[in-house]
Design a protein around this ligand. Structure first.
Ligand code: 4NP
Length: 166
């Protein structure tokens, strides 16, 4: 294994999955792994196709130094299952939708993002709650959960890359 790809998935692709995309890409880049780990995000709902991330999401991300200006919402497509090793949902509804779309010959993994969280309380929480209809604290919580799970996912992938290079 010399390259790994990950697609983060939520409902609208304007709040949670672009946050995961930006945070994880930033961690990958700061570890010098940009050529080894491909990162993307998509949604299962089509309300916001082509839109930039929600302003509340990008404002809170910017406060922590993450740039989301290049990201645009897109749908999960059947061909994603041929291209991505990890397809990672934010909540149980995302996972159910992905399982319904998943072709029989899919060789990768569909996982809940928080299953990779480093903190046990975040693993126990299991889902990154949808912040869209809530207040600003929901967006800060998304960032807290995403930063923890992204760090755990990167540990997992680095171990996988190291195994593959032996
Ligand atoms: P996301 O949040 O799935 O984290 O991007 C949502 C964004 C938009 C909607 C729902 C959730 N919506 O219903 O438009």
């Amino acid at each position: 294994m010399n390259k790994i790809s990950v697609l983060f998935v939520c409902l609208g692709n304007i709040c949670r999955s672009p946050t995961a995309h930006a945070v994880f890409q930033s961690m990958v880049d700061s570890r010098g792994l940009g050529a080894k780990i491909l990162v993307d995000s998509a949604g299962t709902g089509d309300w916001h196709l082509g839109h930039a991330p929600d302003q509340r999401t990008s404002a809170q991300a910017a406060e922590r130094g993450y740039d989301m200006s290049e990201l645009r919402a897109r749908l999960v497509e059947p061909k994603d299952f041929a291209q991505f090793d990890y397809i990672i949902g934010m909540d149980h509804e995302n996972i159910s939708n992905l399982m319904l779309m998943r072709p029989e010959d899919f060789k990768g993994q569909v996982e809940l993002f928080l299953s990779f969280a480093r903190k046990p309380e975040n693993r126990d929480q299991a889902v990154v709650p949808d912040p869209y209809y809530g207040g600003d604290n929901g967006f800060a919580l998304v960032l807290d959960l995403v930063e923890d799970a992204a760090a755990g996912l990167l540990d997992h992938m680095v171990a996988q890359l190291e195994q593959g290079s032996q």
